[in-house]
Design a protein around this ligand. Structure first.
Ligand SMILES: [Ca+2]
Ligand SMILES: [Ca+2]
Length: 102
């Protein structure tokens, strides 16, 4: 099992992350229903933590999809996650830290 704060802490410092094994586990952690795609709902559950207003999450989701969703299907596949998602998370590390604190 991936411990959520530990994973995010690692994601903030890419040098400490990223064996293929860790990425596999991280993807499975995000993909709660196990269908091989991360949906908006799955991501909101994790990053929203119930505290982020949904219009703020809408904006964040659109920004993430603009960078991550290479095939434009509105979902984050495992390949997209591994190639792009961690860059996006790292870029927004401060934002996520603030969101988690609340
Ligand atoms: Ca899923
Ligand atoms: Ca996609």
């Amino acid at each position: 099992m991936v411990d959520y704060p530990e994973f995010l802490t690692a994601a903030f410092d890419k040098k400490k992350l990223l064996t293929a094994d860790k990425l596999d586990r991280a993807f499975r952690f995000f993909d709660e229903d196990g269908d091989g795609q991360i949906s908006r709902e799955e991501l909101e559950k994790i990053f929203g933590c119930g505290a982020m207003p949904s219009e703020q999450f809408d904006k964040l989701w659109r920004e993430i999809m603009a960078e991550v969703d290479q095939d434009k299907d509105g979902l984050i596949s495992e390949t997209e996650f591994k190639e792009r998602m961690l860059d996006v998370i790292s870029k927004r590390a401060t934002f996520y830290r603030e969101a988690i604190k609340q």
